[in-house]
Design a protein around this ligand. Sequence first.
Ligand SMILES: *[C@@H]1O[C@H](CO)[C@@H](O)[C@H](O)[C@H]1NC(C)=O
Ligand SMILES: *[C@@H]1O[C@H](CO)[C@@H](O)[C@H](O)[C@H]1NC(C)=O
Ligand SMILES: *[C@@H]1O[C@H](CO)[C@@H](O)[C@H](O)[C@H]1NC(C)=O
Ligand SMILES: *[C@@H]1O[C@H](CO)[C@@H](O)[C@H](O)[C@H]1NC(C)=O
Ligand SMILES: *[C@@H]1O[C@H](CO)[C@@H](O)[C@H](O)[C@H]1NC(C)=O
Ligand SMILES: *[C@@H]1O[C@H](CO)[C@@H](O)[C@H](O)[C@H]1NC(C)=O
Ligand SMILES: *[C@@H]1O[C@H](CO)[C@@H](O)[C@H](O)[C@H]1NC(C)=O
Length: 632
Amino acid sequence: MESFSPKTHQQSHDKMVDCINKVMLHTAVSCWQPFLGLALVAVFISSAFSCPTRCECSAQSKSVICHRKRLQSIPDGIPMETRLLDLSKNKLQAVNPDDFSSYTHLEELDLSGNIISNVEPGAFSPLLNMHSLSLKGNRIKLITLGVFTGLSNLTLLDISDNKIVILLDYVFQDLHNLKTLEVGDNDLVYISHRAFSGLLSLETLTLERCNLTMVPTEALSHLHNLVSLHLRYLSISTLHPYSFKKLLRLRHLEIDNWPSLDVFPANTLHGLNLTTLFVTNTNLSAFPYQALRHLSHLTVLNFSFNRISHIEGGMLRDLVRLREFHLAGAQLVNMELHAFQGMRWLKVLNVSHNRLDTLERGVFQAPENLEVLLIDSNPLVCDCRLMWILQKRHSMHFGDTQPECSTPEGIRGRPLRDVKEPLLSYYVTCSKPKIRENKTQTLIVDEGQPMRLHCSADGTPRPVVSWFTPRRRQVTSRNNGRVTVHTNGTLEIRATEAHDTGVYICMAVNAAGNDSLSASLAVKSRGTSDRSLYANRTSQYYTDPSNTTANGTNLYNMTFGLDLKTILVSTAMGCFTFLGVVLFCFLLLFVWSRGKGKHKNNIDIEYVPRANGSGAEGAEQAGPRRFNMKMI
Ligand SMILES: *[C@@H]1O[C@H](CO)[C@@H](O)[C@H](O)[C@H]1NC(C)=O
Ligand SMILES: *[C@@H]1O[C@H](CO)[C@@H](O)[C@H](O)[C@H]1NC(C)=O
Ligand SMILES: *[C@@H]1O[C@H](CO)[C@@H](O)[C@H](O)[C@H]1NC(C)=O
Ligand SMILES: *[C@@H]1O[C@H](CO)[C@@H](O)[C@H](O)[C@H]1NC(C)=O
Ligand SMILES: *[C@@H]1O[C@H](CO)[C@@H](O)[C@H](O)[C@H]1NC(C)=O
Ligand SMILES: *[C@@H]1O[C@H](CO)[C@@H](O)[C@H](O)[C@H]1NC(C)=O
Ligand SMILES: *[C@@H]1O[C@H](CO)[C@@H](O)[C@H](O)[C@H]1NC(C)=O
């Protein structure tokens, strides 16, 4: 029996013309008599294109479809000129060299979904016209050398979903024209270094659901023409530097569903020139800025579904051609100002399903070029920082889910698009920071002791407090060394040092403005030896233009008085010690010279004044003293 699948009139007309030209040239039928032609073609084909029982065939497309027919072996009666043979979802167990040897016209062979565990070498060797072969969903454990011999015109090969554990060297050697290779295997543990040798035309490679523990760098390096590489569902936890070498044509790299990936070193993508990069559904918590720096041709970046919480300012400035940035479903709490510095052409930003409370205009290099902004499902605080988005709310696309404000109360839960003009100016506002402390703090502490200076500020949005040290270094809550700023604005120095003395300025900043406050710190040095240093610092303290308070003067007098006293005491004690030691030495020398009887030579005495427990190190600055004594 034979059944023709329905075709459009145009298609059947084309085929018919083709047949007429090729097969029936000798007949008297003319091409412009289509109805007579059709009848004759049908008669001709019904005698030439047979069809195996249980299968469905099409003479026009020369296809034989035996999908899900419980076949245990390849059926008889497949016409020699068959081009498409579909044997998917049957019960075939093996492929032997003779099975397809007579079907030299085959172009497409689908053996997926069988229980094939063994494919003999040379099984497909006479099939020079084949361009697509699927062995997906079988039970193949090992592909032996020579299985794909002769398939030099194959462009698509699917061996995914099998039980392959290892890919041997040269298994794909003859597939010079292969463009797409699907290797999605549950059990693949190792890919031999030369497994991909010979795949000169391969453009797309998908490696997924394998047991690989490392990127098969060596094997991949043979794929000089690879354009797209998809690595999905792998349990690789660390990427190594230079993981993708020699892939000069690679433009699209997808790393998806690597749940344990948390290391992405700076040189991982070295040598690549990508236009799209996906690193999604991994365990990365820090954005790998350095690894991306050289990708100046990147246009689409997708880092969705990671654990990234911050995008720092200025760190992506080399991605000058980026058009789309997707970081949905992460843990973003903050996008710093200038995060997208350099990205002049950014059109699409997708940060939906994060924890952002705002997205400031200053994040972008060219906010006017932004067309699509997906920022739904974030706890947005609608204050003046979001005003720029609200003003563009009728021209910008917010996607299928409208973003809405979580505060202030008055417009909570209302889609941005529906907030009317009067409400905007009523609710969407900010207030300048106001520092609560209104008196200048003055603090005197002993060296080595901890100290705290307070600075808490009110304002909407909540101001960010930072401090400037006497040396103009800015300290924020991100500094967590000896000097730090707590979230409540308090500056803490865990163990003060003498050089911490000076004026500190607290700066509270929010989108509406800033407020500042100065505070003084004097660190009492334990010793007085660094008197000169101290004097220097107090004078620096005085030249500080910001110091105009009376407290500063008090501080100066007090510290100076203390300094003078200690110096006197220590000098005196230093003298006594000195004299004592000199006398003692004289005595010693005298005794010694007496004992020896010879004392006509010069003797060098090196004298280092000792520190006296009470902190009297007055002589220290003089350093070791050397006396040259002429003994009499
Ligand atoms: C491969 O295909 C091309 C056309 O795409 C054809 O000209 C050539 O003969 C084929 N090679 C073999 C070995 O069949
Ligand atoms: C591959 O991983 C799966 C799931 O973890 C496991 O069941 C299977 O035994 C592994 N195969 C090999 C060859 O290690
Ligand atoms: C992801 O990272 C976190 C924190 O480093 C760790 O606790 C967790 O186990 C990691 N998850 C996986 C799947 O490795
Ligand atoms: C990188 O790729 C782009 C096109 O995607 C191309 O124009 C550019 O020349 C390539 N750069 C290098 C260094 O290969
Ligand atoms: C980004 O990656 C996620 C996860 O793979 C995917 O769901 C999403 O469609 C991707 N976005 C784009 C624009 O391709
Ligand atoms: C934005 O991210 C969501 C996932 O939250 C994804 O479904 C969607 O495709 C992305 N939108 C665009 C325009 O890529
Ligand atoms: C503080 O505000 C003033 C104007 O009110 C501005 O000139 C100055 O640059 C601001 N300083 C900081 C650090 O933001």
